[in-house]
Design a protein around this ligand. Structure first.
Ligand code: 5AD
Ligand code: FES
Length: 348
């Protein structure tokens, strides 16, 4: 086992790249259990057994990008494209608020229709109606001025996964028009604008090695985000990666535990993708040190159209109220949903 390495990570909250590689490549079931027990304990010291729910509103599946892994990529002609109106978004918030949510995430593809004026109008309206709620945006790469305007309109947080911190690997996952340098610059711009920033990556993305994952960890250490979203890669049948294998729940939860030990205060979601490759994936994520879940709050009839990968859970009629489902799931492992803004806690 690698308990000595794990103890060093626990103490220093960082490891040299070669040690991260060793910890990932040569991991054992014993290592995973030990890491998870430390991670869970540290998360509980700061956040108790409360898990923060964020109501996820997938407001557009139009996207100008063509990421090779993503089901809503521009060049997929089989997607039935939709945009929610400002009224539909506000009404999703209203039903969410009644269910107890105090944290909303607006997520969409990079859709030029939603230029600054449109998004600022939506965010301002949400801020006015829900002064006690946290507003998180996840709309991809934009200009520093745009980020500034969105922050000033009342958004508090922004999620933008870096996807992979290794240049060559980034180029394998994205068309030439996209660059890792630009992605990283956006993350720094977001911080500068005042956002609490979330980044992240897929586990088991095509071509990914332990060295790539180690680079992801080192980049995250440098960026020092408040949130890190990770989930397994899952192929989508209409993409160039349709025949690539999925990432595993085991490696995903292992990476969650490592991230928790690198920053005990982190907001770490147990993602829908993790719940998709393993029926108890989200519970396993929490037990590995995650403390956030993102139930779907989009209107039922559009959920199936926001398919980044195949077999995504929570897209059918039976998933009308994910919050009830997740509440029961959390209670089955001795946790509970905590209905608050779910801010990053600096102190114990
Ligand atoms: N499998 C898993 N995650 C995916 N994402 C996009 N496509 C897939 C896929 N096929 C993730 C990306 C993106 C986030 C919104 O969803 O990391 O940043
Ligand atoms: Fe959506 Fe269980 S969380 S159906």
């Amino acid at each position: 086992n690698h308990f000595e390495l794990i103890n060093r990570l626990y103490k220093e909250q960082i490891l040299p790249k070669e040690d991260f590689i060793r910890l990932i490549e040569h991991r054992t079931a014993e290592d995973a259990e030990y890491l998870a027990s430390l991670a869970r304990k540290e998360a509980q010291k700061i956040y108790g057994t409360g898990v923060f729910p964020r109501g996820l509103i997938e407001f557009t599946n139009y996207c100008k990008n063509d990421c090779l892994y993503c089901g809503i990529r521009r060049s997929n002609p089989n997607v039935s494209r939709y945009r929610l109106t400002e009224e539909q978004i506000l009404s999703a918030c209203e039903s969410g608020y009644e269910l107890g949510y105090r944290s909303f995430v607006l997520q969409g593809g990079e859709d030029p229709y939603f230029h600054d004026e449109r998004i600022v109008s939506i965010v301002s309206a949400m801020r006015k109606s829900y002064p006690d709620c946290a507003i998180t945006l996840s709309l991809g790469e934009r200009s520093p001025e745009s980020y500034q305007a969105l922050f000033e309109a009342g958004a508090n947080r922004y999620l933008l996964r870096h996807e992979t911190a290794t240049e060559e690997h980034y180029q394998k996952l994205h068309p030439e028009a996209m660059s890792l340098a630009r992605r990283k610059q956006c993350l720094w711009d977001l911080k500068k604008a005042g956002f609490h920033v979330g980044t992240g990556f897929m586990v088991g993305a095509p071509g990914q090695t332990a060295a790539h994952l180690a680079e992801d960890l080192l980049f995250i250490k440098e960026l020092n985000p408040k949130m890190v979203g990770i989930g397994p890669f899952i192929p989508h049948h209409d993409t160039p990666f349709k025949d690539e294998p999925s990432g595993t729940a085991d490696l995903t939860t292992y990476m969650i535990s490592i991230l928790r030990l690198m920053n005990h205060h982190l907001l770490l979601p147990s993602t829908t993708a993790l719940g998709t490759i393993d029926p108890n994936g989200r519970e396993k994520g929490i037990l590995a040190g995650a403390n956030v879940v993102m139930p779907n709050l989009s209107p039922i009839d559009v959920r199936k159209d926001y398919a980044l990968y195949d077999n995504k859970i929570c897209t059918g009629d039976e998933a009308a109220e994910c919050v009830g489902c997740l509440g029961r799931r959390m209670e089955s492992i001795g946790y509970h949903l905590e209905f608050s803004r779910g801010d990053y806690r600096e102190y114990l």
